[in-house]
Design a binder for this molecule. Sequence first.
Ligand SMILES: [Zn+2]
Ligand SMILES: [Zn+2]
Length: 144
Amino acid sequence: MENLIEEFRIFIKKKGLKYTPEREEILREILEVEDHFDVESLYLRLKNKNSKISKASIYRTLPILIEAGFIQEVYKQGGHSFYEVTLNKAPHLHFICISCGRVDEVIDKELNFLIKKHEKDKKYKLLTYHLEIFGICPDCREVK
Ligand SMILES: [Zn+2]
Ligand SMILES: [Zn+2]
């Protein structure tokens, strides 16, 4: 964790931005989130810990974290974005229910293998990817 904080501090300074305790607090919290999160849920997590972080400072910090490669935007739902920590996480698919909003993650080795093959063919250096698959979940379909 401390290495990542240090990495972030260096990134911020390189960008000529100010390194603030708020930004560090937001990053520390994000690194503890296991699941996907949006601004609202992050704000509530911090608030529950008696943090004084405002939604505005979360909105300002997220783009910096994306640029630094710590998090990525994974899907939009109800008009706002959800994010996840990209570090130490295998690329995966998201099955998204258009009826209730449930999201299931799938890690598929064969698909990862295929994408690696395309990476080679295209001579790209792959950083990460995410795929969104929209449908109706078993609960909404009432399939047991
Ligand atoms: Zn559903
Ligand atoms: Zn995910």
